[in-house]
Design a protein around this ligand. Structure first.
Ligand code: FES
Length: 154
């Protein structure tokens, strides 16, 4: 993650303003640069793209991949879709929540881990599945989930 001033954000926003459909690429660029799309960026983006703040906010909240707050050093995305549910993802989630000390959708206070839901990773037959820092992990159960959580907190 790189520190970015509001002026740099404004320059970045302006650089996408002439591009048709440039809002989504801009939001991805902001997230790639600073790890999330902060509240302070919304009016800057709205101004540069001649949109209302509500319109930018609407796009940000519609696409769950956009983070509004900084994420943890590690990000665990646990599948909550049907096939993984049928294979026991609720027990895996409970183990992760207990071991990490956070609820689904939260980041630990020490910034170590963020736990997020995701809906199907294409690993349905070998679920419950998750992405851990972008790497797919399958065949999760209570025990290996607790072990993974402990390793992430080391
Ligand atoms: S339902 Fe979980 S990977 Fe498809």
């Amino acid at each position: 993650m790189q520190a970015t001033t509001l002026e740099e954000l404004a320059e970045l926003a302006a650089s996408f303003a002439a591009q048709r459909g440039g809002l989504l690429p801009l939001l991805h660029a902001v997230q790639a640069r600073i790890g999330h799309v902060p509240d302070e960026a919304v009016p800057i983006i709205a101004h540069a793209h001649n949109l209302s703040r509500a319109e930018v906010h609407g796009v940000l909240t519609f696409y769950h991949d956009f983070a509004r707050k900084p994420k943890g050093q590690h990000v665990v995305k646990l599948c909550r879709a049907e096939a993984c549910q049928a294979r026991g993802s609720a027990a895996v989630e409970a183990a992760l929540v207990r071991s990490l000390g956070i609820a689904m959708g939260e980041t630990r206070g020490d910034g170590a881990v963020t736990l997020e839901p995701v809906y199907c990773l294409g690993l349905c037959a070998i679920g419950p599945a998750a992405l851990i820092d972008g790497e797919p992990v399958a065949a999760l159960d209570r025990e290996n989930a607790a072990q993974i959580a402990a390793e992430l907190l080391q």
